[in-house]
Design a protein around this ligand. Structure first.
Ligand SMILES: C[S@@+](CC[C@H](N)C(=O)[O-])C[C@H]1O[C@@H](n2cnc3c(N)ncnc32)[C@H](O)[C@@H]1O
Length: 265
């Protein structure tokens, strides 16, 4: 399919620099290797190349979720692909799932959830700050997944409007304060994932989970190392991201009378 005006293209320059840009007729983009004219791109196929005004090669690639996340507009900390892929699997996110995402923030996790739940699934995304919602909306509409997300400008201290959701993802500074609300919103056996960057937060969450009908709790951290791809000098990159977040996973169980107990507390 030829590239059309308005389409987003991942441009990879011959020195390895890359850009994710929307193709706009009659316009150009300046780089350190010369200008890239969008009119040269319109009508080309993905995988083909164009040349800058300095005669340097530019490959035209289709952006995927990883490029989208690394190039997205953001005003908050986001969940990076390093942790995101594992969380999606641990939450067992699949087509038609109904999932809650809090806080929406810039929408990285929300976009990844929306992608997997498909056209008939739904992500209910809670965020208390209007300015972040605007950014997340912009990102989700660029990725084409806005229709799968219902954004709610609400503080989750007031609880969730949904019941029986398949999974719930919590990325807020004080997740332990909302564990009862999470329990109420999840279906029996439903999966909860929480990200927290510091050990103190994890300990607080673990205490909270222990006091509630949650089972199968696990805590994980991903240690990732990237490698240089020069075949004659294959070795790790010089710098590495040492820590992003801890990830806590747990599942709702439903002993008799627990809802009664929860209402009373
Ligand atoms: C780290 S950001 C979330 C980033 C997001 N997961 C992503 O991948 O882009 C945390 C967000 O939670 C929101 N937040 C914090 N407490 C909240 C609450 N009680 N109710 C709703 N949103 C909350 C903040 O406003 C912030 O935007």
């Amino acid at each position: 399919m030829p590239i059309k005006e308005g389409e987003r293209v991942y441009l990879r320059l011959e020195d390895g620099k890359n850009y994710l840009l929307k193709v706009e007729k009659g316009k150009f983009f300046s780089t350190h290797l010369g200008n890239i004219y969008f009119d040269h791109i319109i009508g080309k196929e993905f995988g083909e190349e164009v040349y800058t005004s300095q005669g340097k090669k530019v490959y035209l690639l289709q952006p995927g979720i990883v490029e989208n996340i690394f190039h997205m507009k953001r005003r908050t900390q986001i969940v990076y692909p390093k942790d995101l892929g594992f969380i999606l699997l641990m939450l067992d996110i699949k087509e038609n799932d109904r999932v809650i995402d809090v806080g929406l923030g810039s929408g990285a996790m929300c976009g990844a959830l929306a992608r997997l739940v498909g056209e008939r699934g739904k992500v209910y995304a809670y965020e208390k700050r209007e300015e972040f919602i605007a950014i997340a909306r912009h990102n989700l509409s660029q990725w084409g997944w806005e229709d799968r997300v219902e954004i709610k400008q609400r503080d989750i201290k007031d609880g969730f409007e949904e019941k029986d959701v398949d999974a719930l993802f919590l990325d807020v500074p004080n997740p332990w304060d909302y564990l009862k609300e999470c329990w109420r919103a999840l279906k029996g056996g439903g999966r909860l994932a929480i990200v927290s960057p510091t050990a103190g937060q994890v300990m607080e969450v673990l205490r909270g989970l222990e006091a509630l009908p949650f089972e199968d709790t696990e805590v994980w951290e991903n240690l990732f190392r990237q490698y240089k791809t020069n075949p004659s000098a294959f070795r790790p990159v010089d710098r590495m991201v040492a820590h992003t977040t801890y990830m806590i996973f747990s599942r709702k169980v439903s002993p008799p009378d627990w809802e009664v107990d929860l209402k009373e507390t």
